[in-house]
Design a protein around this ligand. Sequence first.
Ligand code: CTP
Ligand code: MG
Length: 230
Amino acid sequence: MSTAAIIPAAGLGLRLGGENYKAFREVGGDSLLVHAVRGLKAATAADLVCLVVAVPPGFEESVAKELEPYAGDARLLVVPGGAERPDSVRAALDVVPADGIDCILVHDAARAFVPADVVERVVAAVRGGAPAVVPVVPVTDTIKQVSPTGEVVDTPDRSTLVAVQTPQGFEPGVLRRAHAAGIVGATDDAMMCERLGVPVMTVEGSQDAFKVTRPQDLLLAEAMLAERRL
Ligand code: CTP
Ligand code: MG
């Protein structure tokens, strides 16, 4: 029973701003990417045997060198990412070994602080027979659907809404089929599976698995890390 993890880390980080690619931005002295790899490795029950990271083209060698000490006995592969997130995931998926893997995780480098128990819940659900699994947390804002002119059209019942995180976990054949299907407009890998009619199961996520997106998220990350290190 072995898991492969794909880490899309090739995004520009436009909403975060700054001089560097988002995955290379540092919190507490380490890059978000290093934190993300550590987080996956900490989930020992996942049996991570292969780690594929999609990085901005040209950074393959330097990232491989940087991550080697953190990969441990997992095989580390670094590939150039693509223009959009699904392109980066697909580039990584193409080099995931075909044999000996019973679960593929897709985990954003930007969700650098995911706790090990979230990763392990996702993997356990896939091993338990769920073809696609996403960690979720309750929505705290009231969400409204609005028209193109800004008028409120509807207020969905909040108790039926959740926010979705990563790692998302997949039975390998399902993820490969989803990415081969040429689906456009899917904002995550689970949505591709939904489009194919594959049931997607939820497990409990964590507030700590928030996505570093905007500048204030870096402040939150610094504070959270400082508390963890106490
Ligand atoms: N990602 C990627 N390849 C892309 C775009 C995004 O691998 N072409 C990765 C990012 O590096 C990140 C994850 O997908 O780890 C989630 O994307 P997001 O949070 O949107 O990051 P960015 O696209 O970098 O940020 P922004 O949208 O603000 O530019
Ligand atoms: Mg983006």
